[in-house]
Design a protein around this ligand. Structure first.
Ligand code: C2O
Ligand code: CU
Ligand code: CU
Length: 457
């Protein structure tokens, strides 16, 4: 991966940020692809709250075509409000979010609120309802019941629209959290030279490993984060890549997909698969480089060399005292031992496609559960690829992985299932509707790896 960047660097003009906001103009000069002069990272611009009510956040999002540039590669893509990542939406737990979406794309679209338990009609899924037409609009409105780092993206022709730049972060703050001196939103994505989404070859550019792919952070290659010695930084990291995994250095992880962990985790590496989020607390006590181990969907670590994602440069480094987060120390549940639903993942990227229980969306058997039912789901991976399992409308607890009980309470909406392993999950079916359950490797979902869990009203 690293080697590819060097080849790129020699071959191209200075790269340009994906964000074309006015403050970005100065980033377009100089050899910014070169590690010696990295571009300074900034957070994606935030959406303006148009509602004076402090418990209502109302924002306007316009999805429209936009040309992205990475190095000398131009990608005719899409963006929300002219920026990729799209505007960060910021609210606090309990708030009502109102999003007025205008579709100025050349195709139909929707917005899905990844990780948020929204009413079914607001889920942005087009299985039984029409997408937002070209030139049309739609108002999404729902209450934010959990604090955490979430994200939004289309759920119509998802693989293509997300890949072309339609995504943004939704931050739901908890007023009980301590306020860090700085907060950084890190949106990780992969971009490749080939973005050929023709009819004949809709998934052309996705084959990570066979085409040059580079990671970006908020649209920048290996940017620099400047920090002030002694500061504590709350980092909200989101992996929006269609297929790419990150396996990050150990760091103080404080939150996962669904908000704060039961306690800070300083020991393990953090796997950030497609769709995953993690929050970290960084102490600005030294300059360092954030790297990822090479991690492939073809079987995990050791497939590639480690690669750099960004540089942290600290002015006057000095030790910082860790913040005290309101961790609740919650313990993992005991596995009831029974299984309500089993999903078996099989298939491949060839003509047969990807399957759940031998079926491909939309020709699937709908599993039905009662409202209020506690449901144990077992996801078994019998294929030769890893798959990040994602469920809409709910969050779940990871009971065990490959037969080993979860070492700590782990609440997620997206969880990786390794080759030949089974993951057992427990959820409370408290949100009526027909909820998508799918692999978040978007070309896999596109090729059928998606099913429906019906929670009866
Ligand atoms: Cu983030 Cu059904 O997706
Ligand atoms: Cu989702
Ligand atoms: Cu998959």
């Amino acid at each position: 991966m690293r080697a590819l960047w060097v080849v790129f660097a020699l071959a191209c003009r200075p790269p340009v940020s994906l964000q074309e906001g006015p403050d970005r103009a100065s980033d377009t000069s100089g050899d910014t692809w070169d590690d010696s002069a990295p571009v300074e990272l900034r957070n994606p611009d935030e959406a303006v709250d148009l509602d004076p009510d402090p418990s209502v956040v109302r924002v306007h999002l316009v999805a429209a075509p936009m040309t992205h540039r990475i190095g000398d590669v131009e990608i005719a893509g899409y963006a929300y409000n002219g920026q990729t990542p799209g505007p960060t939406l910021r609210a606090k737990v309990g708030d009502t979010l109102i999003v007025e979406l205008v579709n100025d794309l050349d195709v139909e679209t929707t917005i899905h609120w990844h990780g948020v338990a929204v009413p079914w009609a607001m889920d942005g899924v087009t299985w039984q309802s029409a997408p937002v037409p070209v030139g049309g609009d739609f108002i999404y409105t729902f209450t934010l019941n959990r604090a955490g780092t979430f994200w939004y993206h289309p759920h119509f022709d998802t693989e293509r629209q997300v890949d072309l730049g339609l995504y943004g972060v939704l931050v739901v703050e908890d007023p009980a959290d301590p306020v860090a001196e700085d907060e950084r939103i890190l949106v990780f994505d992969t971009w490749s030279e080939v973005h050929d989404h023709t009819e004949e070859n809709p998934a052309n550019h996705h084959s990570l490993g066979s085409l040059p792919t580079t990671w970006t952070v908020n649209g920048l290659v290996n940017p620099v984060v400047r920090g002030q010695g002694g500061d504590r930084v709350r980092v909200r990291a989101v992996n929006v890549s269609n297929t790419g995994y990150l396996d990050l250095d150990p760091s103080r992880k404080i939150a996962g997909d669904q908000g704060l962990l039961p306690f800070a985790d300083e020991t393990s590496r953090s796997l950030l698969g497609p769709g995953d989020r993690s929050d970290f607390e960084w102490a600005m006590d030294a300059s360092w480089t954030l790297t990822s181990r090479g991690y492939s969907l073809a079987g995990g670590p050791a497939w590639e060399d480690p690669f750099d994602l960004l540089q942290v440069e600290v002015a006057s480094p000095v030790d910082a005292v860790a913040l005290s987060w309101p961790f609740d120390g919650g313990l993992p549940s005991e596995d009831p031992g029974t299984t309500d639903i089993t999903y078996v993942f099989t298939g491949d990227s060839g003509a047969g496609g990807w399957m759940i229980n031998g079926e491909q969306f939309p020709e699937v058997t709908i599993e039905t559960v009662e409202l209020g039912q506690e449901v144990v789901v077992e996801v078994r991976n019998l294929s030769a690829s890893e798959h990040p399992f994602h469920l809409h409308g709910h969050h779940f607890e990871v009971l065990s992985t490959a037969g080993i009980p979860a070492p700590s309470l782990q609440i997620e909406d997206t969880v990786n299932v390794r080759i030949g392993e089974a993951v057992r999950l427990k959820l409370l079916a408290d949100n009526p509707g027909d909820w998508m359950a799918h692999c978040h490797i978007l070309p896999h979902a596109h090729l059928g790896m998606m099913t429906v869990l019906r929670v009866l009203p």
